[in-house]
Design a protein around this ligand. Structure first.
Ligand code: ADP
Length: 518
């Protein structure tokens, strides 16, 4: 018992932290011996002195309001939200970063506050070094993302040229060369996919993408998925099922589509037989969209890494034409949109990706709205028309011109908006304009198209090509009729389809317009 009392006494006098007790008026009523080590005062020198004695002059005003605040709501707590804010003053006037814990107690109805004080200088230095290191890492990461964004964007023009030239050569080459060119085409497609993924992830990570929110009918997005993936599934003998819900999501259309596109793309890529389905299930707090497949599955010990950048599971050598960025993009997009995504899987049985969209982003589809879709694909048209090509990059212009000529189009090409305005004199109904979006400092391809439309008085069909399609689409205030937007490097089949569809639609317009206007 005596020993315990000795220990208590000793602890009180020489505790690892300096201990002081102040009363409600902020007057020091007790100080232990550790105070001497920390502040350079003997404990007796501090008795009945105001607490301000231990506080740097420049901080005294602030301190009074802290103390008043604390006394109005006393409780055990660490002082100051950030340790960098707290400083104490030694007897010689020097200062040190202090860590202070407070504990109030009452004796006979009188309130006291005990404070344990330690020198936090080292801790603060480490903290500052950590903050600086983190800022450095963030800066380096942003620089990496900017570099990737710029490099992958600039690589698009030459790849576009190679792609178009390859397609043109395929058209004219001897049969024995064709297989080589087809292999080359597959390699170019792989390169294009990789570039697109790199550009997407670097833009997302560098914070360059701000979601543009609009009301997006779920059926539209799911229909777009059908249009993109149905034929892929069919070609691979996989059943493809989509069950929508009559809901509208308040979100960024392009990013939302990109998220689902990556999940469905993966489901088809990693499935050899069976089914891929996209099902919607409204719930009490969120809508869940489940993308399920009956594919190769993901080993349980790899599941927590698949959302990492560049991570690919090498299941029996089954790395299939990816770069390992799809799910990293899914994760970033979900974060931006406020959704959550999780994946469960069983090797040999299949994978299920679940996207949860909180109810706050959902609305019921307005009554009478078209639940099937507003995006209707047009197909099976073979009409060849004249093309007015506007492209300021010489290599891309030449390659596009060659490619379109070999496809049987009559092509007139212009290197600038001004040249296009001159060539436009010879424009006839059924002709189609194919224009680069970033034409020159003063014009976009879309502005040129709008100007030509105003000049001729009808909606001239146009295809606008852009290396940064998501931003172009986001910048549109309303849909542009008779216009298709395609990403660069352009998918040659998509370009042909777009021109054929537009020219056929213009033919239809011509007939009805001729009837209407004489
Ligand atoms: P990748 O470009 O390789 O498809 P992702 O980031 O999209 O990259 O996916 C990372 C890895 O997760 C893939 O390489 C693949 O091994 C695995 N994976 C993703 N989705 C599926 C799926 N539906 N079925 C099986 N494996 C999948």
């Amino acid at each position: 018992m005596d020993q315990l009392s000795d220990i208590t006494q000793h602890l009180l006098r020489f505790s690892p932290d300096a201990l002081i007790v102040v009363d409600a008026a902020g007057c020091i009523r007790f100080a232990n011996h550790t105070v001497t080590e920390l502040f350079g005062y003997e404990p007796e020198q501090l008795l009945d002195k105001p607490l301000e004695t231990l506080i740097p002059e420049r901080l005294r005003g602030k301190h009074v309001s802290h103390l008043t605040g604390f006394l109005s709501r006393p409780g055990n707590r660490e002082m100051g939200a950030r340790i960098a804010d707290l400083f104490a003053r030694r007897a010689d006037g020097s200062e040190f970063a202090a860590g202070i814990r407070l504990a109030p107690f009452k004796i006979g109805g009188t309130l006291f506050v005990a404070a344990a004080i330690r020198d936090n200088t080292e801790r603060q230095k480490i903290n500052e070094a950590l903050i600086a290191a983190r800022e450095d890492a963030d800066r380096a990461n942003r620089a990496k993302s900017r570099f990737l964004a710029t490099a992958s964007h600039d690589l698009r023009q030459p790849i576009q040229t190679i792609r178009l030239l390859n397609a043109a050569m395929l058209k004219i080459s001897r049969p024995d060369l064709r297989e080589l060119l087809q292999q080359q085409e597959r390699a170019i497609e792989g390169m294009t996919r990789m570039l697109n993924a790199l550009l997407d992830i670097s833009r997302l990570e560098s914070g360059a993408i701000e979601p543009q929110i609009s009301n997006v009918p779920l059926t539209d997005v799911l229909h777009q998925l059908t249009t993109e993936f149905e034929s892929v599934a069919q070609a691979r003998g996989i059943a493809f099922r989509i069950e929508p819900a009559a809901l509208v999501v308040s979100t960024d259309r392009t990013l939302f589509y990109q998220l689902l596109q990556n999940l469905v793309g993966n489901a088809l890529k990693y499935t050899d037989q069976g089914e891929v389905s996209v099902l919607c299930a409204p719930g009490s707090s969120a809508l869940t969209i489940t993308v399920s497949d009956s594919g190769i599955g993901i080993p349980a010990d790899k599941l927590d890494r698949i959302f990492d950048e560049y991570y690919q599971v090498d299941t029996q050598g089954a790395k299939r034409m990816g770069v390992g960025l799809g799910l990293a993009i899914v994760k970033e997009v979900a974060r931006l949109l406020g959704f959550s995504v999780s994946i469960t899987s069983r090797v040999g049985e299949g994978t299920r990706a679940t996207v949860s969209i909180p109810n706050q982003y959902l609305m019921a589809m307005p009554a009478g709205a078209d639940v099937t879709s507003t995006v209707e694909p047009v197909g099976g048209i073979t009409r060849r028309s004249r093309v007015l090509l506007v492209e300021d990059n010489d290599g891309v212009r030449l390659a596009t011109e060659l490619f379109l000529r070999f496809e049987g189009f009559h092509v007139e090409s212009a290197a600038s908006a001004a040249e296009a305005e001159v060539l436009f004199e010879r424009f006839q109904r059924g002709d189609v304009i194919v224009a680069d979006y970033h034409l020159d400092g003063r014009n976009t391809g879309l502005e040129l198209l709008t100007r030509l439309r105003q000049r001729i008085g009808f909606e001239v069909p146009g295809v606008v090509l852009s290396g940064d399609l998501p931003s172009v689409l986001r910048s549109l205030r309303s849909p542009v009729p008779n216009c298709r937007f395609l990403s660069k490097p352009v998918d040659t089949a998509a370009l042909l389809d777009a021109i054929d569809e537009l020219s056929a639609e213009a033919g239809g317009t011509l007939r009805s317009a001729a009837g209407g206007t004489g």
